[in-house]
Design a protein around this ligand. Structure first.
Ligand code: BGC
Length: 911
C-alpha cells in the first residue's frame, strides 16, 4: 500500500514559525511494492477552514524540493496542507501537515530598542523587566530579539529551551528574532524578564571585544489577543526597568559566574538605545534550527591531579556546559575549569585554550541549588573542581552537550571498531562545532566561522545531518560579508571587517558549499539564492587572473597544516599555494557553469565553460610538463589534478602513477593538510586504487586517522600531530582537539566504503557501489535522503559476498556488485544478493613493510616478537631494528624469508 510517510515544509515537519513566504515542499513515500513511482500529486492548502490554494492534479514525479506555487502565504497564519499522491501501480495516498507562518518582515512591531546603564566594558548580565496586567487571552505571542544573547522568563517560567538566541548573523545587516507562543503562561498579573549577556555582539571575540557594539540591548513585543479579539501590546519602551540578578558575569571564552547569594540590585530605568532605534539592523525570523541541549552525559570517572585536585572525566570531548545540583553552605564558592586533555602527570591541560579562561563559578545559597550556565560554553572532556573537597559526588554533575539541533541523517558501522570510533569522532566534531555557525573549534579563544574549514567538511556534514537550513543561513551571511568586488571573507560572520584576503578554498566556500548542498539536497533554491555570490567570487578571481588564466596572487593559506611543510614555511605545507588557487579557480568556474545550467542561464553556461577550458589549459602549461610530470608532485597537488580533471587525458595515468609512487615513498601514509586530506581518498577511488585508500584509512601508526583513535581521541584533532608519537603535545598555540576538517573523510566512508552516493541531485537517482578493502569484512550505512531511507549493507566473509540494499520510493538506483561485471538498475524496494568469492578481507594489521616499532607498540605483538627474536629487541641493536620491517630484515639472516612469513601470520592472528 502506498503511504505518505513525511511532509516537509521548508525542510521542517509542521513548522511553527515558517520564515519563507514561498517555501519549498517535499514529501516521502513508502510502499510495500517494488518499483514505485509517483505519477501525480495535488496540494491543497487551507487557512483555517477556508481554502487558500489548490494546485490541482499535477502530473509528474517530483516529490522533493517542489516549489510552492500558490499566492504568497500570509504572515502569522496557521495553515493546513493536504497532499494527495498517485503512483504507477494505480494506488493513491493522502498526507496532512500543519504549519504557521512567522512575521516575514516584522514591520508593524512597535517596540523600541532599550538598553541598561552599566559601564560599557562589563561582562555582567543585566535583566530587563516589565510588570503588566492582562485580561484572559485567546493567544499570546512574544517577539524577541537582542544585541547580545538572551534568556527569557514569563512569571518565573523559562519560555524557551533554546540557547544563545537570537543567534549569530551579520549583525550590522540582519538580526534574527524569535517568536514564542506564551498563551499558557499569561496570568492576571505578569512579570516578563529578559536576561542578556554580551555573547558574540559585545563580548570577547577573536582577540578583541565589542566587535558589533558596546552594550547589550533588547527588542521585545508581546502581542496579546484578548477573548473579544482586541489586541493589547506590551513592548519594550521606557517603562521597562533593568537590574542585576544572579548571573553575574558571562563571556563565551571565559565562562560564567552564578551567585545564588546575590541580592538582585534595585531596578533602574532603562534607556532607549538611540543608535539602534535610528539604524536598527533588519529583523529576520529565525533562519535555522536553534542551539539546544543535544544530550546529557554523566561523568564516567573521578580523577585527581598530583596535588589532589579532583577532575571529572566525561569520557567524551564535546561542546557544552556542566550543570551542578548541589546543596552547599551559604556562600560556598565552587569553580569548574574545563579542558580537553590532561598532561602526562594528570593535570588539566589548558595551554591550548590560549586566553580563554573556560571557568565557571557557582556560589551556593545554602539551600538546594541548581546551576546551569546559559551564556557560555566550553570545549571539554575534563573538568577540575575546586571548592567541593577532594571527592565531590559524581551524581551532582551533568554535562549538557550543546549544538545546533539538526536532524541526524546517517548511521554508519563496519567491522573495524577503530573505524567506527573514527566515525563517532567525526560526528562529535560536527556536533561540537555546529553552534549556530560552523566554527573551527569550541575550546580556545577563537570559535569562528572559518570558511575553509566549513568548505572542506560540508559534504560530510550534509550527509550526517540535515544542515541545509543551517548552511543557508550562514551562506546568506557570507554573501552579506562579501566585499563589493566579490571578495569573500575568510571568517563568516565577518568579524575581521576587512574585505577578502582571497585565499583559495576559504573564499571558494562561496561556490563549493552551495553546490554541495544542491547535490545532496536537490534544492535548486540554494543556487537561486547564492548564484550572485558564487558568480561575484569567480569574477573576482577572473579580474585578477594572469594572461594564462591562472590565479597567482593574493594571500593564501596553502595546504594548511600539511605534514610536508618545510622548516620556516609556517603551517602551509609544501604544495605550491598558487597551484592550489588555480586548481580551485578552475573547479569553481566549472561549478558555476553547472549552477548556471541548473538555473537555465544558457549564455553563462557557455561563458564559464569556455573560461574553465582556458584555465585548464593555462594550468596544464604551467604545472604539467609535456610528458605528464607535475611540477611539485605533492600528494595534494596530484590529488587535486586528478579529482578536478585538470590534466589532459593522455597524462592522467602517469599522474595517477605519481600519486601511487608518492604514497609508496611515504610508506603508504598521507602528508596532506586541510586541502589535500579531504580529497586524497576520493582521488584514489577515482583512479581505481581503493586498495591504497583502504590502507591509508587503516594505518594505525602516525600519521593517520586511526593513529588519533589509538591515542584515545574522541573528536577530530586540528593537526595530525596534536599529540606526537612520543606523547607530547604540539605547543604552537594552535592545537585544538576538536577541529572537524580532517573528519572530511566521513563522506568517503559513506560514499565509497559503504557505497551510497547521489547520481542525481538530492538522490533522485542513486549509485550503490560498495568497495571491498582489505581489513574490513563488513560495512553498513543508513542515509535519510530527501526521498527517504537508503540502506546498504555488505559483507565479505568466509568466501561469501552478501549485499543488502533498500531503495526509497520514487527513486532508482544503479547497483554495482563487488567483483561482478556491469551494474543492475533497480527501482524502489529491498533486495539481497549473495555469491561466492575467492577474496579474503580478514584484517592484516601488520604487513611485511610494517616497522617493528609499530608492532612493538602492541603488548601482545611485542611478546610474540621477543620470543621469536630472543635478546635482540632490548639489546644494543634495538633502536636500529625498531625502524626496520620484516622485508628489510628477511635477507639479513638465513631462513629469514620463511621465519618472517610465519611470524607475520602469527602476529595477524592476534588481532
Ligand atoms: C583556525 C583554522 C583556520 C585557520 C586559517 C585557525 O586559527 O582554527 O581552522 O582555518 O586559522 O588561518
Amino acid at each position: 500500500m502506498l503511504k505518505v510517510s513525511k511532509i516537509l515544509i521548508d525542510r521542517q515537519e509542521n513548522p511553527a514559525a515558517l520564515s519563507e513566504p514561498t517555501p519549498y515542499l517535499g514529501w516521502q513515500l513508502e510502499s510495500d511494492r517494488q518499483n514505485v513511482h509517483q505519477t501525480a500529486y495535488r496540494i491543497c492548502i487551507r487557512d483555517g477552514l477556508m481554502p487558500f490554494w489548490d494546485s490541482g492534479r499535477i502530473t509528474g514525479s517530483e516529490s522533493a524540493a517542489v516549489r510552492y506555487a500558490g499566492p504568497p502565504l500570509n504572515e502569522e497564519c496557521r495553515y493546513t496542507l493536504e497532499l494527495t499522491v498517485w503512483d504507477n501501480h494505480g494506488e493513491s495516498a493522502q498526507g496532512k501537515a500543519e504549519f504557521s507562518t512567522a512575521l516575514f518582515a516584522p514591520r508593524f512591531l512597535t517596540a523600541q530598542w532599550i538598553t541598561h546603564t552599566l559601564a560599557d566594558n562589563h561582562s555582567e548580565c543585566p535583566v530587563f523587566v516589565r510588570h503588566f496586567s492582562a485580561e484572559p487571552v485567546q493567544k499570546a505571542r512574544l517577539y524577541l530579539s537582542a544585541c547580545g544573547i538572551y534568556t527569557v522568563r514569563l512569571n518565573g517560567q523559562e519560555v524557551s529551551q533554546d540557547w544563545f538566541a537570537p543567534g549569530w548573523t551579520e549583525y550590522a545587516s540582519r538580526l534574527q528574532y524569535q517568536v514564542y507562543d506564551v498563551t499558557a503562561l499569561i496570568q492576571p498579573e505578569n512579570t516578563l524578564e529578559i536576561t542578556t549577556a554580551n555573547g558574540w555582539y559585545a563580548g570577547y571575540l577573536n582577540g578583541t571585544r565589542q566587535v558589533y557594539g558596546k552594550q547589550t540591548a533588547i527588542f521585545a513585543e508581546l502581542s496579546l489577543t484578548c477573548m473579544d479579539s482586541h489586541r493589547v501590546t506590551v513592548a519594550t519602551d521606557v517603562r521597562w526597568q533593568w537590574y542585576l540578578g544572579q548571573h553575574r558575569e558571562a563571556e563565551f571564552y571565559h565562562g560564567e559566574r552564578i551567585d545564588r547569594t546575590a541580592v538582585p540590585t534595585a531596578p533602574q530605568p532603562v534607556v532607549l538605545a538611540e543608535d539602534l532605534n535610528a539604524h536598527a539592523p533588519a529583523l529576520v525570523p529565525q533562519q535555522c534550527e536553534p542551539v539546544r541541549v543535544l544530550e546529557r552525559r554523566a561523568p564516567v570517572q573521578l580523577l585527581h591531579t598530583p596535588d589532589g585536585t579532583p577532575i571529572l572525566d566525561f569520557g567524551q570531548n564535546m561542546a557544552g556546559v556542566v550543570r551542578l545540583d548541589w546543596q552547599g553552605s551559604p556562600g560556598q564558592e565552587i569553580t569548574l575549569r574545563f579542558a580537553e586533555a590532561l598532561t602526562p602527570d594528570g593535570s588539566l591541560y589548558t595551554a591550548n585554550l590560549r586566553t580563554a579562561k573556560a571557568t565557571d563559578t557557582f556560589v551556593c545559597s545554602g539551600g538546594k541549588d541548581t546551576f546551569v550556565p546559559r551564556f557560555t560554553y566550553h570545549g571539554f572532556r575534563y573538568v577540575s573542581i575546586a571548592g567541593m573537597g577532594g571527592n565531590p559526588p559524581l551524581d551532582a554533575f551533568t554535562a549538557l552537550v550543546l549544538g545546533t539541533d539538526a536532524a541526524a541523517t546517517a548511521q554508519f558501522s563496519c567491522s573495524s571498531p577503530l573505524v567506527n570510533r573514527l566515525w563517532a569522532n567525526i560526528v562529535w566534531g560536527q556536533r561540537s562545532n555546529f553552534v549556530d555557525v560552523p566554527t573551527d573549534c569550541p575550546q580556545r579563544d577563537e570559535r569562528l566561522g572559518w570558511t575553509g574549514d566549513a568548505a572542506v567538511f560540508c559534504r560530510t556534514a550534509a550527509q550526517n545531518e540535515d544542515v541545509y537550513r543551517f548552511f543557508r543561513k550562514w551562506l546568506a551571511d557570507l554573501a552579506i560579508g562579501q566585499a563589493a568586488d566579490g571578495g569573500v571573507p575568510h571568517i563568516v560572520p565577518n568579524v575581521n571587517g576587512q574585505g577578502s584576503g582571497g585565499a583559495a578554498v576559504w573564499c571558494d566556500a562561496a561556490v563549493t558549499i552551495p553546490w554541495t548542498l544542491y547535490e545532496l539536497y536537490g534544492e535548486r533554491d540554494i543556487l537561486e539564492r547564492q548564484y550572485p555570490s558564487m558568480k561575484a567570487w569567480v569574477e573576482y578571481m577572473r579580474r585578477q587572473e594572469t594572461p594564462d588564466h591562472l590565479r597567482q596572487c593574493g594571500f593564501q593559506h596553502g595546504d594548511w597544516l600539511a605534514l610536508d611543510r618545510e622548516e620556516g614555511r609556517g603551517n602551509r605545507g609544501s604544495t605550491d599555494a598558487y597551484l592550489i588557487a588555480s586548481a580551485y579557480y578552475a573547479h569553481c568556474t566549472r561549478l558555476l557553469a553547472k549552477a548556471a545550467a541548473v538555473l537555465g542561464k544558457a549564455q553563462e553556461v557557455a561563458e564559464y565553460t569556455a573560461l574553465h577550458r582556458a584555465i585548464c589549459s593555462g594550468f596544464q602549461q604551467e604545472y604539467i610538463t609535456a610528458t605528464g610530470r607535475v611540477v611539485g608532485e605533492t600528494q595534494t597537488a596530484l590529488a587535486l589534478i586528478l579529482l578536478f580533471d585538470l590534466a589532459r587525458a593522455e597524462h592522467r595515468d602517469r599522474i595517477a602513477q605519481s600519486l601511487v609512487q608518492n604514497l609508496d615513498k611515504h610508506q603508504g601514509h598521507l602528508t596532506t593538510g586541510f586541502i589535500g586530506t579531504p580529497i586524497l581518498m576520493d582521488a584514489l577511488s577515482k583512479i581505481g586504487r581503493n586498495d591504497l585508500a583502504g590502507k591509508l584509512l587503516l594505518n594505525e601508526d602516525f600519521p593517520g586517522w586511526l593513529y588519533e583513535v589509538r591515542c584515545g581521541a574522541t573528536t577530530m584533532w586540528e593537526r595530525w600531530d596534536s599529540v606526537r608519537p612520543d606523547g607530547s603535545f604540539d605547543e604552537s598555540g594552535m592545537n585544538s582537539f576538536n577541529h572537524y576538517a580532517f573528519g572530511a573523510v566521513g563522506d568517503w566512508l559513506l560514499e565509497q566504503l559503504v557505497g551510497i552516493r547521489p547520481a542525481e541531485p538530492g538522490y533522485r537517482a542513486i549509485t550503490l557501489q560498495p568497495q571491498l578493502i582489505q581489513g574490513i569484512t563488513q560495512a553498513c550505512a543508513l542515509r535519510t535522503t530527501p526521498y527517504g531511507r537508503v540502506r546498504l549493507a555488505w559483507q565479505c566473509l568466509n568466501h561469501l559476498i552478501t549485499v543488502e540494499v533498500e531503495i526509497p520510493a520514487n527513486t532508482t538506483a544503479q547497483l554495482f556488485l563487488p567483483e561482478q561485471e556491469g551494474s543492475i538498475t533497480l527501482g524502489s524496494g529491498s533486495y539481497q544478493y549473495s555469491y561466492a568469492t575467492e577474496t579474503d578481507l580478514t584484517p592484516q594489521r601488520f604487513t611485511m613493510d610494517t616497522p617493528l616499532r609499530t608492532m612493538l607498540a602492541d603488548a601482545d605483538a611485542k611478546a610474540v616478537l621477543s620470543a621469536a627474536l630472543p635478546g635482540m629487541l632490548d639489546g644494543p641493536a634495538a633502536a636500529f631494528l625498531a625502524g626496520k620491517s620484516f622485508n628489510d630484515l628477511k635477507g639479513m639472516m638465513p631462513g629469514g624469508e620463511a621465519l618472517f612469513a610465519q611470524l607475520l601470520t602469527k602476529l595477524n592472528q592476534l588481532c
